[in-house]
Design a protein around this ligand. Structure first.
Ligand code: WT7
Length: 663
């Protein structure tokens, strides 16, 4: 490091606030500070601005129907189609422009560009193929797909015919696929033969087929051929399985009118982890969700049609839904899709892509930024990243050091960084600075977006003082919100509303949304999100329920009981730590440990695999029999232990600690 660099580092390390770069402000989509007041005074009509990002087939009657909280309805009786919004309406002006730039794993030069015209044609053909297979309006189509273009095509094809999709992350296990298809009564599956990871072909269809064995109703499957000749595995398609290329070829040139969907009709559902073992089927609608995705893409990501916008997330998560597919394409921009990992063939892969495609925005996760930081600035330094205009992060808190590294080494101190807090359930961003207006404070996501009403409260629901830790709550509904949990209104109320609402009331003022995050607020109204307060672990920005992992471990033969907690991890943010009691007569061998790790892999997927498995004869329990997870977390983090006097079995704690350390 040169002296100049060292000086700069020192200055950056101390600086607590950063102004939006002038050059950025001069061209930003949203620059009028008055928007905060305007939206507050004009709520809920302010959300006409979001709806106004779309071309509706039929205008809505009411912006918000709040007569039956928390079952809010937005843009009532409005009619639209998400595939039309993302494709058809751009064709006249942008038909020849790229909609998707797909960058495959670098096995061969097989990157693909889809113009809006081409994407429109492919979506129409696959929509026709889905219909031919019998998919009707409101039939749920499951997708179990890696980051290949057919996934985006399929989402929009479903939207075109009014069939909600349910995407299951390709890294999830066969069991996870089966559970989700069963819960959604989904009779259709889109999957693929395989895909590439670090240059090697991976057999995906075998996993999908194992999953299908666990589905309790008849299904039809479409299989995308991703692998190149010679890399395939020995698969014969069953009678109820069809080749993607064949069903699409049969529909060459087909056109399918986009069906008119009601604003409140389901666009998709997405399963996410909660406190209990069963994943939650979050339901999103066509009008509210799409307006939210489009508006936040415009206001926060500053997307313009001529941009080449790059979000490195996977479409298997909500970030990819809202900010690779629906938001960017609704705005008619070029959205990048990257199939591979950031470190193959080398650790400069993302920077190579940014340079080659002249990406204008990069939206990624703190876990990735921490890895980049660890690898060192030499990798981004190899490339010209000057096309970048804005940087974003999402998924977990970002510490000021990582924020500043991103700001300096990727953004060259000339790009605003938006730290966006939101969730699967919120549909899109909720708390973040507006990049053309607000001062940025590393480590704090920022104020709530205009029109979003957030309070930090104590357990009684009273607002806490600035600087004190409390719970994040949302006090008014917003268009992008989930409408319910699929076929489970009661769980919807219990999970998100019961904590702080008067659930007997019909008055929307008595209803408060609780996202289960801890947070604090400063004197300027900036919010620092502290993390989940439920039993959910955030591994590399992915939400995993401790109960889900525990039940996977208890499912392993010979295991009697298990407790799982999240411990700190340098790159992943949090990692899974498991404390396991074996059945009488079972030995705590390496083989047993292997079986436990495999059991979690089978039930959920590799991301949930425990970092450490500690065998013990007992778990620390309170006198009422509750496991003291706090103590286990302290053990996982190698921290000093808190008070153990309220335990029924205080002596076990030191023993577990000793075993954890000697492993
Ligand atoms: C949870 C939601 C939002 C899409 C990706 C994850 C945490 C998310 C931030 C942020 C601090 C964050 C919260 C939230 N989270 N963004 N900017 N700062 N924490 O979606 O899987 O639904 O997880 O991720 O804990 O509740 P998800």
């Amino acid at each position: 490091m040169s002296d100049g660099d060292a000086e700069l580092e020192a200055r950056l390390a101390e600086q607590e606030a950063f102004e939006p770069p002038e050059e950025f402000v001069a061209q930003a989509n949203v620059t009028d500070e008055g928007i905060y007041e305007e939206f507050a005074e004009n709520w809920p009509d302010c959300w006409e601005q979001a709806a106004g990002m779309l071309d509706w087939f039929e205008d809505y009657d009411q912006v918000l129907d709040d007569s039956n909280p928390p079952f809010y309805k937005w843009f009532t009786d409005g009619k639209l189609n998400a595939s039309y919004e993302c494709l058809d309406r751009h064709l006249d002006e942008r038909g020849d422009e790229a909609a998707i730039e797909w960058v495959g794993e670098p096995v061969e030069e097989d990157n693909r560009t889809f113009t809006y015209d081409e994407l429109h044609r492919e979506v129409n053909e696959f929509a026709a193929a889905l219909r031919e297979m019998g998919v009707g309006e409101d039939d749920i189509v499951t997708m179990y797909m890696p980051m290949v273009p057919e996934l985006t095509i399929a989402l929009l094809a479903c939207a075109r015919i009014g069939a909600p999709h349910s995407v299951v992350f390709a890294g999830f296990s066969a069991d996870a696929l089966a559970t989700r298809m069963n819960a959604a009564d989904s009779e259709y599956l889109l999957t693929c033969d395989g895909y590439y990871r670090r240059g090697d072909p991976l057999d995906h269809l075998s996993k999908a087929n194992t999953g299908l064995e666990g589905v309790d109703h008849d299904t039809q499957t479409v299989v995308v051929e991703r692998l190149m000749d010679g890399d395939g595995f020995d698969h014969d398609l069953a009678d109820d399985q069809h080749s993607y290329s064949e069903v699409v070829a049969a529909q060459a040139g087909a056109e399918v009118d986009p069906v008119e969907r009601d604003a409140e009709d389901m666009l998709f559902m997405m399963y996410t982890s909660g406190t209990t073992g069963k994943p939650k089927g979050v339901k999103h609608t066509t009008g509210g969700y799409l307006s939210w995705a489009a508006w936040t893409s415009h206001a926060v990501l500053d997307i313009k049609p001529e941009d080449t916008y790059f979000c490195s997330a996977d479409i298997g998560w909500i970030t990819g839904h809202s900010y690779i597919v629906y938001g960017p394409l609704a705005l008619g921009t070029t959205s990048m899709m990257y199939e591979g990992t950031p470190d193959y063939p080398d650790r400069d892969r993302l920077w190579e892509i940014v340079e080659e495609y002249e990406a204008t925005q990069l939206y990624t996760a703190p876990t990735a930024i921490r890895a980049f930081m660890k690898w060192g600035a030499e990798y981004p330094d190899r490339h010209d990243l000057s096309s970048l205009r804005l940087l974003g992060t999402v998924g977990e808190p970002i510490n000021p050091r990582a924020w500043k590294w991103y700001y300096k080494h990727i953004g060259d101190e000339s790009c605003p960084v938006v730290d966006t807090w939101w969730q699967t359930e919120t549909g899109g961003m909720m708390v973040t600075t507006l990049p053309g207006i607000k001062t940025m404070k590393p480590g704090s996501a920022g104020p709530p977006l205009p029109g979003v009403d957030v309070q930090i409260v104590d357990t009684m629901g009273e607002e806490v003082e600035a600087g004190r830790a409390g719970y994040l709550t949302v006090n008014k509904p917003w268009p992008g919100m989930l409408r319910t949990l699929y076929k489970n209104d009661e769980r919807f109320i219990n999970e998100y509303w019961a904590e702080y609402s008067d659930t007997d009331s019909d008055d929307p003022a008595d209803w408060v949304y609780f996202p289960e995050d801890g947070a604090k607020i400063d004197d300027d109204g900036y919010i620092t999100v502290l993390g989940r307060v439920d039993d959910v672990i955030n591994v590399s920005g992915h939400r995993l329920g401790t109960m889900e992992i525990e039940s996977a471990i208890v499912g392993v033969e010979g295991v009697a009981e298990a407790a799982v907690v999240g411990g700190d991890h340098e790159i992943k943010g949090e990692a899974v730590y498991a404390y396991v009691i074996l059945e009488e007569g079972q030995e705590p061998t390496e083989e047993m440990r292997g079986k436990i790790v495999q059991g979690v892999d089978d039930a959920i997927g590799p991301i949930a695999k425990p970092e450490q498995v500690v065998f013990t004869e007992e778990l620390p329990k309170t006198r009422s029999g509750k496991i003291m997870r706090r103590l286990l977390e302290q053990i996982a983090n190698g921290e000093e232990l808190g008070d153990t006097t309220t335990l029924r079995n205080p002596e076990i704690v030191a023993e577990i600690q000793e075993r954890a350390q000697s492993d």
